[in-house]
Design a protein around this ligand. Structure first.
Ligand SMILES: [Zn+2]
Length: 832
């Protein structure tokens, strides 16, 4: 299917204004197809002109335009041509659509726990025409009337409040004008918990087999929802306008969540079945607030074209953290942002695919999707924090309110947004926005100190802009220093040139650790001095400032990826500081990063057992000391479960014996243990299936698949590869889990033959897997055989001209990570 181009979108929206959609969906036609009947009313600015409507149907039964039948066979490449348009038109399309299994369109999944089916619509970014005939572009907004026929025992939810009009018949209330990609319907035997707040009916919904965690987590979810509503109402000065507010936890969701007005969809792993760490709850609360902030930014005002999608996401990313800090108990949300979101965004900056936050002209919808990454979210939010430092908070909020009011139910652009902030602040933003929004890559910030007798004589903050992508970014940030946990000095500064003196540090004692950007206010590579890195093992754990420790860990990760910090030095800091970490976000994220990224990528295979043993020892130490049931205890137990080589312990835990308190019936924890046993070859298929029988749920099935793929057995690897890359009807989640397990192997020999196969088999999957899902598969399935030969094959594949945009982009990113690993291994060899 060809992707809508910007030129086409501009032409079409200058010609067409959509008045309304009436959509009837028949979801009672079995598990493969559903019926879709659309009546769309629209005007045409130039009567007699031609245009088209988007339609990706299994089959088209009937089409009529203004009462005249059109040939259903005229649909070509997802487009139905419309000619001889009148000033006012009505198009009626009756078609049969296919359910998807890749998370795009109307996704249908069977819950193995009870064999019941669930569907949900995820129409972002251009999947709407696979559900109903539409003018699929973000600036052709219209109100919707949706009716649904569904099996008798199903519940139906959507953008408008749902009422049951008869057995299996549902009518959704007329919506406000919505962009096509926001239309959704969730249907199935969902179970629900409801509440109400400030006149807004609230609902939380999940699969029937998740009733217990749904009810357990509902109070917390409602609490965050209510606080977020109050906060955003106060901040934006515009009431939530979309009626009821439903949050639906759906199976096999590709992203974290989606901001459909009135009916937000979330990945249902967020309803943690077992124990959850505090940062997991924080992350979920953050997603709740993020999606809600989109109700204003994205839903009431939508970007005109996909290249301003960053504006939605940067804004929501910023607002959700602000909301958590100001209105909930998660006052450490920015610490979480540093170690979760910004680490993700800095990774995107290191890839050759890095791009400016804004202003990258997206020539078509699909290419816009490729630049939708950690830069759009984390860098965009950091950039907004710098904008606020530049214009002041009050003018910023005043500008936001004006923008939202001015463009309500319509569309906005970057220029509109900046214009509103300029008007409110009286500051010209042209130079600022060119430096921060329109240039790629990031500056490096460091501090040079000259001391005498332990006293700082001079301190200079330096800013280096990348030579190949010069920019003149002003940074507002602070620098702080500690010795033995005592803060010896802190100075706030704005750097506009290559360097600025930090006069306030002169005459203060030289600290053991000096941390540039200690409060993480700006977006930059932080270069720690050699003496600071050397002091980290003895000093880091004593620093009482969570935010500064997060900045240090983030800088270390950056350093490992950039081959300036050895994986051995990282592990030294880990051994010494991690077991004493008190921030749950840092504790769990650094453990996971060390286990799943630092060791597999940067430690040569022959030294990995030693490195994992260090992680396991650190985990066991913390587990012994920590109070059962706490985040510390849970993070430690997970680290031991994933890294320990102690077969006796692992077998006992897998069989439910001697488990740390609170993990007795935790199916997800058991799968961490089983995966470790499986990848070490300590159990086989029959044992994995026995554990699967104990946990015959969607999550259990996926984990069993991953464990099986991880077995060090040539026949199993062949099976897993065929399941992953063949047309076996595997869902998006199944493919990702197969890929996760596949490259786990005791040595390269077992999997090396699949390296060349990856570069032929995986790109070919674009024939039957959607771009969104495939982009993840390409990344996760990328060979973990870190050799020059893999790099050679990778480069040759990237040079092919027949790759889809998503495959190409994910390959570029995975290739960059491979080269980082090779560079680090060449520089440092194996850590001791
Ligand atoms: Zn978002």
């Amino acid at each position: 299917m060809r992707s809508l181009t910007l030129v086409e979108a501009r032409e079409r929206s200058s010609l067409i204004t959509v008045t309304s959609y009436a959509v009837e969906l028949d979801l009672d036609r079995g598990d493969e197809i559903f019926g879709s009947h659309t009546a769309v009313r629209f005007t045409c600015a130039e009567p007699g002109a031609a245009s088209w409507v988007d339609l990706k149907a299994r089959s088209v039964e009937a089409v009529s335009l203004n009462g005249e039948a059109l040939d259903p066979a005229a649909v070509l490449d997802g487009r139905l041509p419309l000619t001889g348009l009148q000033a006012d038109n009505e198009l009626v399309v009756a078609s049969t659509m296919a359910y998807s299994h890749d998370g795009q369109g109307l996704h249908r999944a069977t819950d193995p726990a009870d064999d019941r089916d669930y569907v949900y619509g995820h129409l972002f970014l251009d999947a709407a025409p696979s559900v109903y005939a539409c003018f699929d572009q973000p600036d052709l907004k219209a109100p919707y009337d949706v009716t649904v026929r569904a099996p008798l025992d199903w519940v139906v939810l959507g953008n408008g409040a749902a009422t049951q009009s008869g057995p299996g018949r549902w009518t959704l209330a007329t919506t406000k004008p919505l962009a096509t990609y926001f239309m959704t319907v969730c249907a199935g035997p969902y179970v629900s918990v409801s509440d109400e707040h400030d006149g807004i009916p609230l609902g939380i919904h999940a699969r029937a087999s998740l009733r217990e965690p749904l009810e357990r987590h509902a109070p917390e979810l409602f609490d965050v929802t209510k606080r977020s509503f109050d906060y955003f109402h106060g901040l934006f000065g515009i009431r939530y306008p979309f009626g009821e507010y439903h949050q639906v936890f759906v199976p096999e969701f590709n992203a974290g969540a989606m901001e459909n007005p009135g009916c937000v969809t979330f990945r249902d792993q967020y309803l943690f079945r077992g124990a959850a760490t505090r940062d997991e709850l924080l992350g979920r609360a953050n997603t709740v607030a993020h999606e809600m902030s989109h109700m204003w930014f994205g839903d009431i005002v939508t970007m005109k074209w996909w290249d301003d999608l960053w504006l939605n996401e940067s804004f929501a990313e910023y607002m959700s953290h602000r909301c958590l800090v100001d209105a909930t108990d998660y006052t450490d949300a920015w610490v979480d942002s540093s170690i979760v979101r910004k680490v993700w965004g800095y990774g995107a900056e290191r890839s050759p695919s890095t791009h400016p936050v804004a202003g990258v002209e997206a020539l078509d919808a699909q290419s816009a999707l490729q630049n939708f990454d950690g830069i759009s979210y984390a860098k965009g939010a950091a950039t907004l924090r710098q904008l606020i430092a530049y214009v002041g908070d009050e003018p910023f909020i005043e500008g936001v309110r004006a923008y939202l009011t001015d463009k309500s139910y319509g569309n906005g652009t970057l220029a509109d947004f900046l214009g509103a902030i300029e008007a409110a602040s009286g500051k010209d933003l042209e130079t600022w926005s060119r430096a921060w929004l329109l240039t790629a890559d990031r500056d490096t910030i460091s501090v040079d100190v000259e001391e005498q007798g332990g006293v700082i004589q001079s301190a200079v903050a330096r800013r280096e802009s990348p030579t190949d992508r010069p920019a003149d970014r002003p940074h507002a940030f602070d620098v702080a220093g500690w010795t033995d946990g005592r803060e010896l000095g802190r100075v706030t500064t704005t750097i506009t040139g290559p360097e600025t003196a930090l006069a306030d540090l002169e005459g203060t004692p030289e600290p053991a650790l000096l941390v540039p950007n200690a409060s993480d206010l700006t977006w930059a590579r932080v270069r720690l001095s050699d003496s600071t890195v050397a002091a980290l093992p003895t000093q880091l754990a004593q620093v009482p400032d969570d935010q500064a420790r997060a900045v240090v860990w983030s800088a270390l990760i950056d350093g490992v990826h950039g081959a300036t910090v050895s994986p051995g030095a990282f592990l030294d800091v880990f051994d010494a500081a991690w077991p004493h970490e008190t921030s749950s976000s840092i504790l769990t994220r650094i453990a996971a990063y060390a286990e799943h990224r630092i060791v597999p990528w940067f430690v040569p295979r022959e030294a990995q057992d030693r490195a994992l043993a260090r992680l396991s020892t650190a985990g066991a130490g913390l587990l012994e000391r920590s109070t059962p049931g706490t985040t510390e205890s849970l993070a430690a137990a997970r680290l031991v479960a994933g890294t320990s080589a102690d077969a006796t312990l692992l077998r006992a835990w897998a069989d439910g014996e001697g488990l740390p308190a609170g993990l007795e019936d935790d199916g997800d924890f058991r799968w961490i243990v089983v995966r470790n046993l499986a990848s070490r070859g300590l159990i086989g298929v029959p044992e994995i299936e026995a554990y699967h029988t104990k946990d015959d749920t969607l999550q259990g099935s996926l984990n069993a698949l991953m464990c099986r793929a991880s077995l060090p057995d040539a026949e199993v690897k062949a099976w897993a590869w065929a399941q992953l890359t063949g047309q076996e009807g595997r869902s998006n989640y199944e493919m990702v889990h197969l890929a996760r397990g596949f490259w786990m192997a005791p040595d390269d020999d077992l999997v090396v033959d699949y390296v060349p196969r990856y570069f032929t088999d995986v790109p070919a999957m674009s024939e039957w897997v959607g771009e969104d899902a495939l982009s993840r598969v390409v990344l996760v399935a990328f060979p973990r055989v870190f050799t020059e030969e893999t790099a050679r094959l990778s480069a040759a594949t990237i040079a092919r001209d027949d790759l889809t945009p998503a495959v190409h982009r994910s390959l570029v990113d995975a290739d960059a990570e491979l080269r980082e690993a090779l560079a680090s291994r060449a520089t440092f060899g194996a850590p001791v």
